[in-house]
Design a protein around this ligand. Structure first.
Ligand code: NDP
Length: 363
């Protein structure tokens, strides 16, 4: 193992779980750029599509990225992955495109995976702090439940409500399991936990794999729906989310706390209009009309991606981002830029075909 390096606050080696994911790839890149030693986990080192982009995240990095295999559903894989780590950024968790028939497909890896990672942290004994990627869905998992309330870190999703879907349950139960585990650690085995609760994450794509965040942009750019659902989304830029994870790893005020990450609220139509403004002249034609609710109900019978949005139609949930701006010191980027950059990245990454009129991003 390489000699110890300390970039900040006793950080020697950082484990990023699910390094090839949309968010985790940015976390990994920012850590490498800042000079940290980083070990990333992937499910399979043989998966070239996922591994190759990770090798190019930061060609000038002082420390080469280490990659190891680990799986949320294989508890035995985590102890080796964690050997020598002082800090862990646990991002890996299923983020499905559609509601699964069996909710345990999402809940089991989220909850058991988080617990396995934390147990392994206790066993290796070198970990000082774990940063967990939770979600605003662990704060308010039921759309527009209380439109007059500004949700903050004191709020928790009530998983017993029938309208809370499998994904929101997975994030809430995994986060609760993490707090319970860490709060009950015996003296001498204690380590800290800081939690990041992002809204819907958008922005440039570094990873080679498709994910739920890309799906929405692809659907709009390719006009896979004639109109957009009347859904309001609390959004945030992926680069701000990555920076927040790193601040949460080092800031003394972040330990023992949750942090809402939201830059602002956008209707799906706003996202479509941003894309239309930038990409219409380049041969794309995102829909900017809003679907009537009745039409969506019918569509949801055939399309599970629509079904997942149905409870959210017309409802606005607002979040207080004070801890993001004041404790983690993240000033959110302008969401229009985030959307446009993600649009280009979706095309450049090959997730949407280039048209004959495509000019590419401004240099
Ligand atoms: P991705 O789908 O890109 O990333 C999910 C990651 O989890 C992938 O690296 C995936 O690995 C990994 N993973 C899934 N199942 C397993 C498993 N059984 N064992 C090991 N790894 C597994 O999505 P995002 O980057 O968007 O999401 C990352 C995290 O951020 C998730 O915890 C998600 O809940 C959370 N989040 C995301 C938001 C968003 O809008 N994108 C908003 C709020 C929270 P593999 O590549 O092998 O599939």
């Amino acid at each position: 193992m390489a000699a110890a390096q300390t970039v900040g606050q006793g950080v020697n080696l950082v484990l990023v779980t699910g390094a090839s994911g949309f968010i985790a790839a940015h976390v990994t890149q920012q850590l490498l750029r800042a000079g940290y030693r980083v070990r990333g986990t992937v499910r399979s080192l043989q998966n070239k599509d996922k591994v190759a982009p990770l090798r190019n995240l930061c060609p000038d990095a002082e420390h080469e990225l280490e990659l190891v295999e680990a799986d949320l559903l294989k508890p035995d894989t985590w102890k080796t992955a964690l050997e020598g780590c002082t800090h862990v950024i646990h991002v890996a968790s299923p983020f499905p495109l559609a509601i699964p028939n069996d909710e345990n497909e999402v809940i089991k890896p989220a909850v058991e995976g988080t617990t396995s990672v934390l147990k392994a942290c206790r066993e290796v004994g070198t970990v000082k702090r774990v940063v967990l990627t939770s979600s605003v869905f662990a704060i308010s998992g039921e759309f527009g439940q209380n439109p007059n309330h500004i949700y903050n870190e004191n709020d928790w999703t009530d998983t017993s409500l029938p309208s809370v879907d499998a994904y929101a349950k997975s994030k809430t139960l995994a986060e609760k399991a993490a707090w319970e585990f860490v709060n009950n650690l015996p003296e001498g085995q204690k380590f800290e936990l800081a939690v990041i609760n992002p809204g819907f994450v958008m922005g440039p794509i570094l990873s080679g794999s498709f994910c739920t965040s890309i799906e929405i942009l692809k659907t709009l750019l390719l006009k896979e729906m004639p109109a957009v659902p009347g859904v309001n989304i609390s959004c945030v830029d992926v680069r701000d989310v990555a920076a927040a994870h790193i601040m949460a790893m080092t800031s003394s005020e972040a330990a023992g706390n949750r942090h809402v990450l939201v830059a602002g609220n956008l209707w799906m139509k706003d996202i479509a209009v941003f894309l239309q403004k930038e990409f219409k002249s380049q041969g794309y034609n995102p829909p900017t009309l809003t679907f009537p609710k009745f039409g969506l109900r019918i569509l949801s019978l055939f399309d599970s991606k629509v079904k997942i949005m149905l409870p959210a139609i017309g409802k606005v949930t607002r979040f207080d981002n004070t801890r993001m701006t004041q404790i983690l010191q993240i000033q959110p980027r302008k969401l229009e830029d985030t959307v446009v950059e993600m649009g280009y990245s979706t095309i450049e990454g090959g997730f949407v075909k280039k048209t004959a009129k495509y000019r590419g991003p401004k240099k």
